[in-house]
Design a protein around this ligand. Structure first.
Ligand code: HEM
Length: 446
């Protein structure tokens, strides 16, 4: 019990910090393959274990979740979002989760699905013009715009007014800043460098956009029954207080960012995979044609589109937008036969886990049918974690899946996307897994 698990040694003092800064996914994946299920890491002043054993992951995320807080790496995210549903802990987190949860019941999301499908259809209508130019389209930007529109319309009942044109750039700056400083030691974070100033300016744009959404609702007094209404009317059971303006801003920011970014990346990576696997794409097209016969998809069609669902599951396996997350032990614990001391971290890296040869045959291959019920029976549940697990599991998982299914069905019914010639695709693990050089694709009408 008192020996450390095996692990890579790294360099004196900093341990694996320099290597992880350069290539976090490569370092975690190689370490798991070489050293096993529980791997010791020293990363600068922090120590912890990379956990790839499904039972140990269940222990951290679910069975003993009370003993684990989100790790200090989330402090960087808190700099932008503030302390809210995604970043807070314990009683405060539970209260925020309870306020938001009713907005995410499956039936409620089913009711929003027409808005999702409409938004996809409207965007698709514009693609005829894009297709005719013969020039590549930045699919990552297109998907980001679409998923943002959907979050705004379905959950926040608003648009971004004057911030519409600046928010994407602002979020890209913030994502890169946080992603790159994720592993920093913090000494230089607040120096007034050009990079830091750009970050502060981008954060102001995001905050301005959030203020706009809230004041727009107050001004119009719109009587929507959406997430924003729930957040604005929630009362503390004991004191009767409503959320302060600051807290409201934090939660609106949380949903605006968490809701658009990950879902748009899931779509972007799926378009990429389909373009690389024409056989799978044709199979998907055949399913869509036979089930929909050319009419636009609606929520109730999803149950009849099993191949579509498997394509999305497989895309979330190979390119999980939330590629890695981490926790900090609040008290000593035991993990996979080793003692995990208080304050140490547990790293859970879906990108690595989803390609682990112990759980997936031909792990690097794109094979949607591995998610068929017959081929899924023997797979441990905690080997596939695109949405996390346990009490902190993604609140928007159903929302994201339904939106992804409806959007893919709407576009794939009408268009084929091909990666622009000569473009190299390089996964870039910031907070989320982005394509480093974007995803330019040619749009062809089917
Ligand atoms: C494909 C799309 C999505 C993916 C891959 C994804 C992934 C995740 C993951 C892995 C977590 C847990 C992080 C951790 O345990 O540290 C999470 C939490 C969260 N997600 Fe998502 N998400 C997606 C879409 C959405 C959407 C559409 C929304 C809202 C509209 C959303 C809102 C949230 C929130 C608020 C949390 C924090 C929940 C809590 O701590 O109680 N996500 N997401």
């Amino acid at each position: 019990m008192h020996t450390l698990p095996p692990g890579p040694r790294g360099v004196p003092l900093l341990g694996m910090l320099p290597a992880i800064r350069r290539d976090p996914i490569g370092v975690f994946t190689n370490a798991a393959r070489r050293f096993g299920d529980i791997v010791y890491f020293k990363i600068g002043p922090r120590r912890g274990y990379l956990v790839s054993d499904p039972d140990a992951i269940r222990h951290v995320l679910q069975d003993n979740a009370r003993n684990y807080h989100k790790s200090p790496l989330y402090d960087k995210l808190r700099l932008v979002i503030g302390n809210g549903l995604l970043t807070s802990e314990d009683a405060f987190w539970l209260r925020q989760r309870r306020i938001a949860q009713p907005a995410f019941h499956r039936q409620r999301i089913a009711a929003l699905s027409d808005t999702m499908a409409d938004a996809a259809r409207l965007a698709a209508d514009k693609w005829d013009a894009l297709a005719s130019t013969g020039r590549p389209v930045d699919i990552d930007d297109e998907m980001m715009r679409l998923t943002r529109t959907v979050v705004l319309r379905t959950l926040l009942g608003s648009d971004l007014g004057p911030f519409t044109s600046t928010i994407d750039e602002a979020w890209a700056v913030v994502n890169q800043y946080i992603g790159e400083s994720f592993w920093s030691l913090g000494f230089a974070d607040n120096l007034p460098t050009p990079r830091h100033r750009r970050f502060l300016a981008a954060r102001r744009v995001l905050r301005g956009a959030v203020d706009y959404v809230i004041s727009d609702r107050r001004r119009t007094g719109a009587d929507n029954a959406d997430l924003l209404a729930m957040l604005m009317s929630a009362h503390d059971e004991d004191t009767g207080d409503t959320m302060t303006d600051d807290q409201l801003q934090v939660e609106v920011m949380t949903f605006l960012l968490a809701g658009q970014e990950t879902t748009s990346l899931a779509l972007t990576w799926t378009w990429y995979l389909l373009s690389q696997h024409p056989g799978a794409r044709e199979k998907l097209e055949r399913e869509l044609d036979s089930v929909l016969g050319g009419r636009p998809p609606v929520y109730s069609d999803i149950a009849n589109l099993p191949y579509l669902r498997m394509v999305v599951d497989e895309s979330l396996r190979l390119y999980p937008p939330a590629w890695g997350f981490s926790r900090q032990a609040m008290a000593d614990d035991e993990l996979g036969g080793f003692r995990l001391p208080r304050g140490w971290l547990a790293f859970i890296i879906p990108y690595e886990l989803h390609r682990h040869p112990k759980f997936w045959d031909r792990p690097e291959a794109f094979d949607p049918e591995r998610f068929s019920p017959e081929r899924s029976v023997d797979r441990p549940k905690f080997a596939y974690l695109p949405f996390g697990a346990g009490p902190r599991r993604c609140i928007g998982d159903q929302f994201a899946l339904i939106e992804t299914h409806l959007t893919l069905a709407t576009f794939a019914q009408r268009y084929r996307l091909e990666l622009a010639k000569g473009h190299s695709v390089d996964p870039w693990p910031l907070i989320t897994l982005r394509p480093r050089l974007g995803m330019p694709m040619l749009v062809e009408r089917r």
